[in-house]
Design a protein around this ligand. Structure first.
Ligand SMILES: C[S@@+](CC[C@H](N)C(=O)[O-])C[C@H]1O[C@@H](n2cnc3c(N)ncnc32)[C@H](O)[C@@H]1O
Length: 250
């Protein structure tokens, strides 16, 4: 059980007003992973925005866990179609992020590294037990996050990747890193939140691993279709795939 809330329902009340794209089901997945961590674990989040996912992790992780949040708050790659930097938006995110963490009672537990993940790896000390990746979704950055930070995850540790099989960049990064990897076992996904365990993957397990991830490409194509239809404002077309809102699929 985590430090600042007794149940997942309590954690949900803490994030209800915190902006972000993490669904309730995905929050539960983060909670379940963090609550099961051993004492003394290190949790690293790449891409914190206004603190929604970080509050879940900080509430659920063991009391003595280290929590590191890497986010430049430069106003770039905040959400759909927000690629370019915008310092005003970034500074606003930073202010709201701090206020949200304070209100949730977890600010004292978190070390925020206000840098791009590509420049922040030297600021993270030691091994990682739980890595959550939700930073810039372009291929190069996403791949760098998966490979460079993923390499520091301990055996039997977990890597969670948001926008997997939903964003083109993130899916491309997974295709060239985890698909045929001998050390990341795909464990399934909650919407676009994919879960991997660090462990040796050999023999028939390696084939199953490729197969299981390849199967998700059907869902990826569905999501690309929905995003294209939403961009072209062809809303009725999204219903073909049961998508009834104007939000991007996560
Ligand atoms: C989709 S939001 C993260 C949402 C957050 N996990 C939540 O649950 O609300 C993406 C975040 O990644 C950050 N970001 C953009 N480029 C980054 C980079 N190179 N390294 C780390 N974070 C980055 C943005 O500032 C933004 O806050």
């Amino acid at each position: 059980m985590g430090v600042c809330a007794s149940t997942f329902a309590d954690v949900l009340t803490k994030i209800v007003d915190v902006e972000g794209w993490l669904s309730k089901e995905q929050a539960r997945c983060l909670y379940n992973r963090a609550v099961a961590l051993p004492q003394g674990s290190q949790v690293v989040e790449i891409g914190s925005f206004r603190g929604r996912s970080l509050i879940v992790l900080a509430c659920a992780a063991p009391e003595d866990a280290q929590l590191v949040a890497i986010d430049p708050h430069a106003g770039n790659d905040r959400g759909p179609k927000e690629i370019r930097s915008n310092q005003k938006l970034g500074d606003a995110d930073n202010r709201v992020f701090k206020a949200n963490l304070d209100r949730a009672g977890v600010a004292h537990r978190v070390t925020h590294i206000r840098k791009m993940s590509t420049e922040a790896s030297g600021d993270v000390n030691g091994d990682i037990n739980l890595l959550y990746i939700d930073g810039a979704h372009r291929y190069r950055t996403a791949r760098n996050d998966i490979v460079r930070y993923g390499n520091r995850v301990v055996t039997n540790g977990t890597m969670l990747v948001h926008d997997a099989f939903s964003s083109i960049g993130v899916t491309g990064a997974l295709l060239t890193s985890t698909f045929t990897s001998r050390r990341w076992l795909y464990q399934g996904r909650c919407g676009s939140l994919a879960q991997y365990r660090r462990q040796p993957v050999r023999g028939s397990a390696a084939l199953t691993n490729v197969f299981q991830q390849t199967l998700q490409l059907g869902w990826f194509l569905r999501n690309i279709f929905i995003k294209t239809a939403l961009t072209l404002k062809l809303y009725p077309l999204t219903r073909i795939f049961g998508h009834t809102t104007r939000d991007w699929p996560y």
